[in-house]
Design a protein. Structure first.
Length: 443
């Protein structure tokens, strides 16, 4: 067994948005193949080293990364509290700075909560996602975590080795697992500083995200352990029920940390899942032929050829501001959301909804909603028009997941508008628009 004590990874730092230097591990590709990288997010009380024994079971031509969360591992919390949302933003910065392309994301326990937050805010950064031993619900036993937080805040991990090991590992690993690996992590738990208490608070105060699960449209694998004392396989099954097309695997001999307790099974499950995701994408990809012309693979031979566009009817241009003739928004629990599409194989976003990915030609665009909040990128007020009452204001709005749309901006005083201010979607009977959230808005 390749155990985590070996530490074969390269170690480096990246800089978060608040200027804090945060450590990460990098297991470089062993070949020149250009495979999508894997990004691992570790559990509470651990660091990125917990994935050392999983990496050898993946494709040798794949770069793997594991950043340490702020306030854990070798990292200080810096100027920001290590909430789940903050950790997700740190990961987004890491992907943008150090990887520069979407990743296959694996989140274990606390890392799973961070992965969920990242997927809901920055889906374009994720090629596929695997979650292990986490939940979409609020923490049901906050009193237990509060007591643990208080104890750790006083003494750190001193005297807490067995308590944490019993929480993070199943009975089989504690009794029959690799003794060297178990000893390493018990020593690690005992050396935790009192600063770990802030990370504990971040876990048990995390928000409930069950209602947002249907928004996830990237390929999703769920892993649980039958011997898990901290979370139940039923927690993962609930996520599977809410996310269409997801898959749930339960490891009979693992507890709360399958990446350490069952690294071979965990690594092979992840490898097979990623291979399947990439094989599906390749079947939907337009590839150049040897003659230099573009060929379409068999799985998308039914894409219509219209007006030289090469894709289908919905690739034709549309009128950005012809809002009244399209039903491209919805109201959910009082919030206005735009109805668009996303290609799971490429991550490409489209609004309004389309059938075919304009980047790859894949006929795999699936419904997704955008909003309700965004940022006003730029704007202009129109004073002359032959088709509508003037003046009116239009602007480009950026949403958190990377979509940029042209929208009507309604404000009582356009002179008070400015670039980069927050805006929110709103609607009347026929159409949607945005209003600034920091000044009074016309209704």
């Amino acid at each position: 067994m390749n155990n985590p004590v070996q530490n074969d990874a390269l170690i480096d730092d990246y800089v978060a948005r608040d200027g804090t230097a945060l450590r990460f591990r990098h297991w470089p590709s062993a070949t020149d193949a250009d495979h999508t990288p894997v990004l691992f997010l570790h559990s509470l009380f651990f660091d990125g080293l917990m994935f050392e024994a999983v990496v050898p079971h993946l494709n040798a031509g794949r770069d793997c990364y594991a950043p340490d969360h702020r306030g854990q591992g070798a990292n200080l919390a810096g100027g920001s509290t290590p909430t789940i949302d903050q950790l997700a933003e740190d990961v987004a910065v890491f992907i943008e700075q150090r990887i520069g392309r979407p990743v296959h994301l694996f989140g274990s326990s606390m890392g799973g909560y961070v992965a969920l937050a990242l997927a809901l805010r920055h889906p374009m950064l994720i090629r596929s996602m695997t979650l292990a031993c986490c939940s979409a619900e609020e923490e049901p036993d906050k009193a237990r975590f509060q007591a643990l937080e208080a104890q750790l805040r006083q003494t750190g991990g001193i005297g807490q080795q067995m308590r944490l090991a019993s929480l993070m590992f199943g009975s089989r690993f504690l009794e029959q697992g690799d003794s060297t690996v178990l000893a390493h992590w018990k020593q690690h738990f005992g050396a935790l500083s009192p600063d770990i208490a802030a990370a504990v608070r971040g876990v048990y105060t995390r928000p409930r995200v069950e209602a947002e699960l249907p928004r996830l449209n990237m390929p999703l694998l769920l892993i649980s352990g039958s011997l898990d004392r901290a979370k139940s396989p039923a927690d993962m099954e609930l996520i599977a029920e809410r996310v269409s097309g997801s898959r749930h695997l339960e490891f009979a001999e693992a507890g709360h940390t399958p990446a350490i307790e069952s690294p071979r099974a965990c690594g092979r499950a992840l490898r097979d899942f990623i291979d399947e995701v990439e094989a599906m994408a390749s079947r939907h990809r337009v590839a150049p032929s040897q003659s230099g012309a573009e060929d379409v693979t068999e799985s998308i031979d039914d894409i219509h050829q219209t007006d030289g566009t090469g894709w289908c009817d919905d690739a034709l241009p549309f009128d950005d501001l012809d809002l009244e003739s399209r039903q491209d928004f919805m109201i959910d629990d009082g919030q206005v959301l735009l109805c668009g599409s996303r290609s799971p194989s490429s991550g490409n976003l489209a609004f309004p909804q389309r059938t075919v990915c304009q980047q790859t030609g894949a006929r795999d665009m699936t419904p997704i909603t955008f909003g309700p909040r965004g940022t006003l990128y730029s704007f202009a007020t129109v004073h002359v028009s032959s088709s509508r009452k003037v003046p009116y204001t239009i602007g480009y709005v950026d949403f958190d997941n990377g979509l940029r749309v042209l929208a009507e901006v309604r404000a009582p005083d356009p002179q008070a508008l400015a670039c980069d201010i927050p805006v929110e979607l709103d609607a009347d009977k026929a159409c949607w628009y945005v209003v600034p959230t920091n000044i009074g808005a016309a209704r």
